[in-house]
Design a protein around this ligand. Structure first.
Ligand code: 3PY
Ligand code: MG
Length: 251
């Protein structure tokens, strides 16, 4: 499970998936990624398609993460009910928003996640009744995305919310919020990352970061970032297509 690996101190690497086919998830697993993020925020994927990608992930030995499209309890519980090992919540800008996200991801007494055991995550009721709810709280991870100026200003309070497994910085939205859209290598973004690393280290929370290329992922791995989200299936496919078309046209 993704959460065990994070707790072991492993550094995890995985792409966003915007294409809604289980084979894409399988290929990501076969290629050796640790996790893949099914992107229902920006991709074309809905929960009814995500579930087959989660099934494929389990077969291919890769951890399925679902990025929901908003900090809404029904989206968060649905992602976990269909079997995501982690839920990733975008655009968190205050302590109370982070608390609401964690609450929606945890069953009582730690949170307020809607309780239902006739779901895939509870093996459609085959899981032990009492054990399922406690186990789900322990095993599933909550990844909070801070990606705006307000969130950055409130980072010291956000990071102390109990139940956050990864504090993830979204450099693209952050760059847009800082008035430098797309300049993800800008010193302001690097300063935000350094601030996050300092605070996260003190709070004992793992950090996540998005990178467009594998070399940057290596750089952040060496700096101690534990959850590296790398590009997206569509961009990686485009790069491979383009590179091969280039080889063909040059001859
Ligand atoms: C961002 O950079 O804004 C993200 O959400 C990562 O894809
Ligand atoms: Mg974003």
């Amino acid at each position: 499970m993704l959460k065990d690996k994070l707790q072991n101190g492993d550094c995890l690497f995985g792409p966003f998936l915007n294409l809604c086919h289980p084979a894409v998830m399988e290929i990501a697993g076969i290629a050796g990624f640790d996790f893949a993020i099914i992107d229902t925020e920006h991709g074309e994927i809905s929960a009814d398609r995500a579930v087959d990608m989660i099934r494929a992930a389990k077969l291919a030995g890769i951890s399925p993460v679902v990025r929901v499209y908003g900090n809404q309890p029904e989206l968060i519980s649905k992602a976990l009910d269909i079997g995501a090992e982690a839920v990733q919540i975008p655009q968190i800008s205050s302590r109370s928003e982070a608390q609401a996200a964690v609450c929606a991801a945890k069953f009582s007494p730690e949170g307020c996640r809607g309780a239902n055991r006739y779901v895939r995550a509870a093996r459609y009721s085959a899981a032990d009744k009492a054990a399922y709810f406690a186990k789900a709280n322990q095993e599933t991870a909550v990844i909070i995305q801070v990606e705006g100026k307000a969130g950055m200003d409130n980072l010291a309070e956000i990071i102390t919310v109990p139940g956050i497994d990864v504090l993830f910085i979204g450099p693209y939205d952050l760059s847009a919020s800082l008035g430098i859209p797309g300049q993800v290598e800008h010193p302001l973004i690097m300063a935000a990352m350094n601030k996050t690393m300092d605070l996260a280290q003190k709070a004992g929370v793992a950090i996540g970061f998005f990178v467009d290329d594998a070399r940057s992922a290596v750089k952040w791995k060496k700096a101690g970032v534990q959850y590296l989200s790398f590009a997206a299936d569509v961009g990686l496919l485009y790069d491979a297509f383009r590179q091969n078309v280039g080889i063909f046209r040059e001859e």
